[in-house]
Write a protein that binds this ligand. Sequence first.
Ligand SMILES: NC(=O)c1ccc[n+]([C@@H]2O[C@H](COP(=O)([O-])OP(=O)(O)OC[C@H]3O[C@@H](n4cnc5c(N)ncnc54)[C@H](OP(=O)(O)O)[C@@H]3O)[C@@H](O)[C@H]2O)c1
Length: 301
Amino acid sequence: MLLFNFISFYFIILLSYTTMSVNKVAVVTGANKGLGFCIVKKLCEKYSGKVYLTSRDEQRGGKACDELNKLGLNPFFHQLDVSDKKSVNNFVKHIREENEEVEILINNAGILFLKDAPEPKSFQAEQTIFVNFTALVDFTEAILPFMKNGGRIVNISSSSGHLCRVPSGDIRSKFQSEMLTLEELKTLVSSYVEDVKQDEEINKGWGDSPYVVSKVAVNAYTFMLQRRLAPKGITVNCVHPGYVMSDMTRGGGSITPDDAANVPVRLALTPWGAGLYVWHNGTVVPWDGPDPRGYIDGRKV
Ligand SMILES: NC(=O)c1ccc[n+]([C@@H]2O[C@H](COP(=O)([O-])OP(=O)(O)OC[C@H]3O[C@@H](n4cnc5c(N)ncnc54)[C@H](OP(=O)(O)O)[C@@H]3O)[C@@H](O)[C@H]2O)c1
């Protein structure tokens, strides 16, 4: 009898634990405008869970939510500056307190200094690496404990993230190595920033674009993370969304943010594959293959 009571007590505890409602959510970074905004819009239309529109600026984020509300869509807003530890901690605390599981994470926030930017090259390199790579990695690592098994992570990369964009074969093989650890990847990327400070990045074979190095590093992290999370059934992929008509390109570009959102959303919602580098037209591009721009965008490089 005592054993029966004991077993039924633990059975009730287990049952109440498993039936405690854990809400599944999707999180999109940098979603107050451009591609991120359109990704949130499509997720609100197609995803059954709660969708977080996050933005580093409360006002811009609130305005973006109002716009979607007018379309009958209901994203949830939360402030999130991926490059600010306090902001990341606040967001993670909120997810924990709401008892939520992240089923979809779309790392979209990013910056680009255009060719005519007046800031010194070393500043551009530091900022670009910090926001596009370091902050993306640190935010993802902070969210991982709340990631649902079987969930999906989509990193918004670029054609600039293709390995062929780094001139040095030696650096390319470092990025590409399956033995590379996250700490080593961070060190490799920091060494790039140091080389820029010494005005040595061209000599050392990094090329002349901090944006390229940041996105190549994002791709390297994507494939590394995919290998790490495969046992949990979490898929990690990266996307080149096309040359998007957004503030980043001063409205130039050849694809609307709405169209560019299709592939990231499809990767987030449907089983497609894992450890893939997918371009805006749905082509899976080998990261270490030949320069794909010639045959995908129909122009020679
Ligand atoms: N546009 C293109 O042709 C193109 C091509 C390839 C890849 N991409 C990539 O696509 C993604 C979206 O770009 P987009 O074209 O939509 O550019 P965008 O219109 O400039 O939007 C970038 C978004 O990122 C946010 N952001 C920047 N720094 C942030 C931070 N520290 N924390 C949180 N959010 C931050 C911006 O917020 P604020 O409004 O507060 O600045 C904005 O919401 C980027 O990762 C970009 O590299 C773009």
